[in-house]
Ligand binder design. Structure first.
Ligand SMILES: Nc1nc2c(c(=O)[nH]1)N=C([C@H](O)[C@@H](O)CO)CN2
Length: 123
């Protein structure tokens, strides 16, 4: 399996348990890695792989349209999008709020999972 990575993707999202976080969006930062078939490189054809431009567009579109109480729920939503819409076999996602708490640069969630439920180590 090959892996596509997207680093430091900034997306506007409404996420949080406080009323102000329900009405106003905030910037969240995503670091995303997902598996793609090795075969994609053989034919050099975008049709054989997952188009990362489309992934970014769909994440922005979906996150602009809903509110999540928890960063965990937002993370699970993005992972499900990769599995269900793009058929990614494996996903690693780190998603963070930036500067929401005094003395903390980033706080967030990390999810790593195979579509079949298996955890596969990467790096
Ligand atoms: N486990 C979590 N704890 C907290 C979350 C969260 O999403 N998951 N969210 C908040 C607030 O929204 C906070 O980020 C606002 O500053 C607090 N704890």
């Amino acid at each position: 399996m090959d892996f596509i990575f997207i680093e430091e993707l900034r997306v506007e999202a409404r996420v949080g348990i406080y009323p102000r976080e329900r009405v106003a969006s905030q910037t969240v930062e995503l670091n995303l890695t997902f598996g793609v078939p090795d075969a994609a490189a053989e034919r050099d054809d975008i049709a054989d792989t997952i188009d990362y431009a489309q992934v970014i567009e769909r994440i922005r579109e979906e996150l602009s349209a809903r509110h999540f109480n928890l960063i965990e729920t937002l993370g699970e939503f993005v992972v499900a999008l990769l599995f269900n819409e793009f058929n990614a076999p494996w996903v690693k996602l780190r998603i963070a709020k930036i500067g929401v708490m005094k003395g903390v640069r980033r706080v967030g969630v990390f999810i790593q999972r195979g579509k079949d439920g298996r955890v596969l180590e990467s790096d």
